[in-house]
Design a protein around this ligand. Sequence first.
Ligand code: ADP
Ligand code: ASP
Ligand code: MG
Length: 403
Amino acid sequence: MAKKVLKFGGTSVGSIDRIIRVSKLIQDETKKGNKLVVIVSAMSGKTDELLSLSKSISKDFSDRELDVLVTSGEQVTASLLAGALNKLGIKSRSLMSWQIPILTEGKHNNSRIINMSTDKINEYLNNGEIVIIPGFQGISKIGDLTSIGRGGSDATAVAVAKLLNTDSCEIYTDVDGVYSSDPNKIPVAKKIDKISYEEMLELSSLGAKVMQSSAVQTAMMYSIPLHVKSTFTNREGTKIFTEKNIDYSKVVTGVAYSKNDAKITLLGVQDKPGIAAEIFEPLGNARINVDMVIQNVSSDSKTTDLTFTVKREDLEESLNIIKNNKKVHVKELSHRTNLSKVSIVGAGMVTTPGVTYKMFRALADEKINILAISTSEIKISVILEEKDTLKAVKKLHNIFELD
Ligand code: ADP
Ligand code: ASP
Ligand code: MG
């Protein structure tokens, strides 16, 4: 007998038929004698719909009320699934985050789970019940509902697995596992059987939304193995765990992309010590994450040009901060949003020279212009024009032998 966390994403619980299907999958698990805690997302599309409802009331809808609203989708699916299990004759109950409670800290709309009481859950499990918990939802120290960031049901699953010390954490979704690239966009993408936390963390931070990156980070920190698999097929799925269990026959494991970036260019900035700090300090204070930075060599030793990227949602605030920064004089400030970031990720890169060259050559062969570059030990990211995204992903997928 094992104690397991099973998490079902939005598509998996996206209709009554699908919820019934999930209830049967859970029934099979109970027949094996397992104790189950189930985490559910809202029906697919629901969270976006709730967000847009708030915008139709006001674009300054309060953060507190927004969390009450957006976390309601998970309440609906938790109760429907418990009802579907009851109909099969299986004892089950939903427990909202405030009933458990699941405690979070941080800002509304982007909180973080810090603790959870396990007493009630263990009591119900010992009584042979299946406990259904809404993902994405928590409560703050003062008892307000909070949400933990988009895709956050993954993070709920990992946190619950850790705090309940379960034997496994299974993430059921609408694809068979983690692929070498998004299988819905790159049909030749291949399923990966095993992947390290580090690679998965890079892939998900760089756009592979199959796992939420903060969930992977928590799993890595506490060595919680994850198993990503499909609600709709019986294929084996993908295991995410520590690196030593993995054989790297390929240099690159996956290609990810996102359309979340914006580029800011400062032309004619004074070229003197401390100027970069003056520019980036107020951005840091505003909690704006600067990703890639490029500074040109000064041609006249007096001024230089500086380009950097931020998340699109931070663009307006970043521009305002720079315009209002009295310590920095800029001849011209420009920005672009119709960009994408394409990245190759692979632990095999550490020991293989020439990967950067191979990537740049492949993009050049496709006449794709690179606007910015950043690298780490196991990834290379480039900023491109948005229109070139899929062409670049397909080419890189092909030349790194992932097709
Ligand atoms: P869920 O609702 O189950 O959490 P998500 O929509 O958040 O599911 O994530 C699953 C989706 O992630 C897939 O449908 C797929 O289009 C997308 N995806 C992006 N990159 C990858 C990848 N490398 N491997 C698998 N799926 C990916
Ligand atoms: N429903 C939330 C979202 O759409 C959380 C999740 O699905 O994981 O972001
Ligand atoms: Mg998801």
